[in-house]
Design a protein around this ligand. Structure first.
Ligand code: HEM
Length: 236
């Protein structure tokens, strides 16, 4: 673990590596249904193939935007606290909206295929993650922004807000990885036939970069030397 003054210097470098992994993960999830790569066999189409939007929206929203939102106080250490709070809440709202689009996409896809809902562990975990995320956002907004509760209540609530923020991120990561396995193993490109080997590689590397991004996010969150120092005068 990097400590003390070295930690301040290390944070931006580690963050860049973390962002590269996160961007690679988003790009690879975008390639699952890329028209040019797959000669229109797998395409983005809200009307005929709404599922195509599910992995991309979830990865962009719940992995990349959410991961960056929970790192934001550390990334913008010297930005005034109120601005950091507003940016944190805004990035989380973008993340929630993208996740809702991803959720509507899968529900629509199942309705079109007349398939039953909420049968798998992935779907239970995914739905739980979305509900917890919406509740956490509402509690955080009321406590820290509008109407903003008393300093004592905010101080008492803060450890739970931090803990649940990490739990929600981890459950989103597990939901992505279980979704990936479920989709992959039910697909023709995970058979002995190598004709679609590139698609299989895209999916596997998506799993690798998703895991690496989440490991970096958790590492950057768990090192207290990267934490923003408390500014009590602004808090009051
Ligand atoms: C945090 C990210 C994710 C969340 C919150 C999530 C959430 C959900 C939910 C709630 C369902 C059930 C919908 C229903 O039954 O009506 C579902 C289904 C599904 N998801 Fe995801 N998902 C995520 C990521 C992914 C990814 C990355 C993939 C694939 C690469 C994926 C593949 C699937 C598949 C194949 C289904 C249909 C089978 C099933 O119901 O389990 N998901 N997802």
């Amino acid at each position: 673990m990097i400590v003390g003054k070295n930690a301040n210097k290390a944070y931006p470098k580690l963050l860049i590596v973390c962002e590269i992994f996160g961007l690679l993960s988003v790009i690879l999830s975008g390639l699952f249904f890329d028209k040019k790569l797959y000669a229109s066999k797998y395409v983005y189409n809200w009307n005929t193939n709404p599922f195509s939007y599910h992995p991309l929206m979830m990865t962009l929203g719940l992995l990349f935007c959410y991961g960056n939102a929970i790192l934001l106080y550390r990334t913008l250490k010297s930005t005034p606290k109120l601005i950091a709070k507003i940016l944190h809440a805004s990035l989380l709202i973008v993340s929630l909206v993208l996740a809702i689009v991803g959720f509507v996409a899968i529900v629509r896809s199942k309705n079109l295929g007349k398939r039953p809902h909420f049968m798998s562990f992935h779907s239970w975990l995914g739905l739980t993650t979305l509900i917890l995320f919406a509740l956490q956002w509402i509690c955080g907004f009321i406590s820290f922004l509008v109407p903003q509760l008393s300093l004592n209540i905010r101080k008492a609530y803060m450890p739970s807000h931090r803990l649940w923020g990490k739990i929600i991120f981890l459950s989103a990561v597990v939901a992505i990885l279980t979704g990936l396995s479920e989709y992959g193993y039910g697909s023709s490109f995970f058979t002995a036939n190598d004709a679609e080997q590139d698609r299989r590689l895209i999916m596997n590397f998506f799993g690798v970069f998703t895991s690496l991004f989440s490991l970096f996010v958790i590492y950057l969150l768990s090192n207290s030397d990267y934490q923003r120092p408390p500014d009590e005068h602004i808090e009051k």
